[in-house]
Design a protein around this ligand. Structure first.
Ligand code: PMP
Length: 454
């Protein structure tokens, strides 16, 4: 029939672009949101799913009746499960166990098999969802691993689809594209297309507190990842699916900012979107505020609120996770420490000088900062000891090569309740704004604060 699509897959793409009215009030910039949560499979990953399956078929890796396998936090799985349902493939997904029940149930509804894996293990750990997906693909005859984290096909999907769509929809009048980064495929692919057609267009990545991307972008350091609640964005490693060289700016947001904005987008703008959409808009608003100029900022809203009704949009869950009310923020903790000056080292300090400082103040690690409080990393007693004991170095050399990354990085807005997990893993939490170190928190600081506030 005229006007009908052949299958649901022909309905993927061409999502609306809508101007924000209320949550962006007071900004010099106009902020527009790309409603990818209106895709038939529920997210922008529908674009990726069709592309990955087409490429696998073209390359002879997927044959009729074959099995599609993937490591996914839900949305890529949904897209692939939908494609599998329409085209008659089987699908199996390995997922981290922090994903919402709704996402797991949706994949099963499409006929997929779902295997849950612990969220808190390293990607290389055989128990991780990455390792398990690879194993299932290797051991299942006729199976192909979609491999969104490791394949350049990920970015290519958005280069071919989302990039041109945004360029056409904005008539080229797009000054910045803002997106949360998980695999980084959306921003890399759509961004690459936009840069080729409008080189001045800025690509802005939004990363959650707890993920490793932000520190790598700011200081080149591999810091410690720690647990956070927002789904689909942030990582604990640097996947080849993202091209960090393309990114002009990175903004960091914490769970509370993500979820509070997601709730505002639903209540105040009528946009029924999920937590990572809140993250992207919260990041875009920080970016717009810092630039304070008339420009057009486009933000990708990846998926919808329905999957998060039991979490982000449930007050009880929010309270249980310290995201409504709670113990205060890192800023409160720093203020409660009083105006005590931070003791820091510089990369060109000598080992002797640093040892003296540690001894004088009775501390076992120091942040290392350069001009304008720019953070380089930390230096720890144990590293100095190893350096001297192995005879590699002497006291009059500089500490530059001893600077290391065993710290977690947080913002002044980070919730205090998150710090317990952070400090169980890392030596120290450093508080940064942009590249600048603005505070540090040790285990004893946290104990003192909690003993006064509970
Ligand atoms: N938001 C959600 C809800 C997602 O599932 C994803 C994909 N992991 C993203 C954002 C980030 O997209 P990308 O992987 O392309 O960076």
């Amino acid at each position: 029939m005229k006007g009908a699509r052949e299958t649901i897959l022909e309905a993927v793409g061409e999502t609306p672009l809508v101007k924000l009215q209320r949550v962006s009030a007071g900004l010099a910039a106009d902020v527009f949101v790309k409603l990818e949560f209106l895709q038939p499979g529920g997210s922008m990953k529908d674009r990726l799913a069709i592309h990955l399956v087409d490429e696998a078929v073209e390359r002879g890796k997927l044959e009729r009746g074959g099995t599609i396998v993937e490591a996914t936090s839900g949305n890529t799985g949904a897209g692939l499960a939908m494609v599998a349902a329409v085209r008659g493939y089987k699908s199996v997904f390995a997922m981290p166990d922090k994903v919402s029940h709704e996402k797991i149930a949706a994949l099963r509804a499409w006929g997929a098999k779902v295997v849950l894996c612990p969220s808190s293990v390293e990607p290389e750990d055989p128990r991780s969802h990455f390792s398990l997906a690879r194993r299932i693909a290797d051991e299942t005859p006729g199976a192909v691993l979609a491999n969104q984290y490791f394949s350049q096909a990920n970015a290519r999907a958005y280069y071919k689809s989302l990039g041109p769509e945004l360029f056409a929809q904005t008539g080229g009048e797009i000054d910045a594209l803002v997106a949360g980064i998980g695999t980084g495929g959306t921003l890399t692919g759509a961004g690459r297309y936009l840069k080729e057609h409008k080189p001045a267009c800025q690509l802005v990545a939004v990363d959650p507190v707890g993920s490793v991307y932000y520190d790598k972008f700011r200081s080149g350091r591999d810091t410690r990842a720690f647990a956070y609640k927002v789904e689909g964005i942030g990582e604990e490693f640097h996947p080849p699916s993202m091209d960090p060289k393309l990114i002009d700016e990175m903004v960091r947001v914490d769970d509370r900012e993500c979820f509070s904005m997601a709730r505002d987008l639903v209540r105040l703008e009528g946009l029924f979107c999920g937590g990572s959409s809140g993250a992207a808009v919260a990041g875009a608003i920080k970016y717009a505020r810092a630039r304070d100029r008339k420009e057009n900022i486009v933000v990708v809203l990846p998926d919808g609120a329905a999957k998060y009704l039991s979490t982000v949009f449930n007050d009880e869950w929010m309270r249980d996770n310290g995201l409504l009310g709670g113990d205060g923020t890192v800023r409160d903790l720093l203020e409660s420490k009083g105006g005590r000056a931070m003791i820091t080292a510089r990369p060109d300090d000598t080992v002797r000088h640093v040892v003296q400082t540690m001894k004088q103040h009775g501390i076992s690690q120091l942040p290392v900062v350069g001009d304008n409080d720019r953070l380089f990393g930390i230096i720890a007693e144990v590293d100095v000891l190893r350096h001297l004991v192995t005879g590699e170095g002497h006291l009059d050399g500089t500490i530059e090569h001893l600077v290391e990354s065993d710290y977690a990085s947080v913002t002044p807005e980070t919730r205090v309740d998150l710090l317990q997990g952070v400090l169980a893993e890392a030596k120290i939490a450093l508080v940064t704004e942009g590249r600048r170190l603005v505070g540090l928190i040790t285990k004893i600081d946290l104990i003192e604060y909690l003993s006064r506030h509970t």
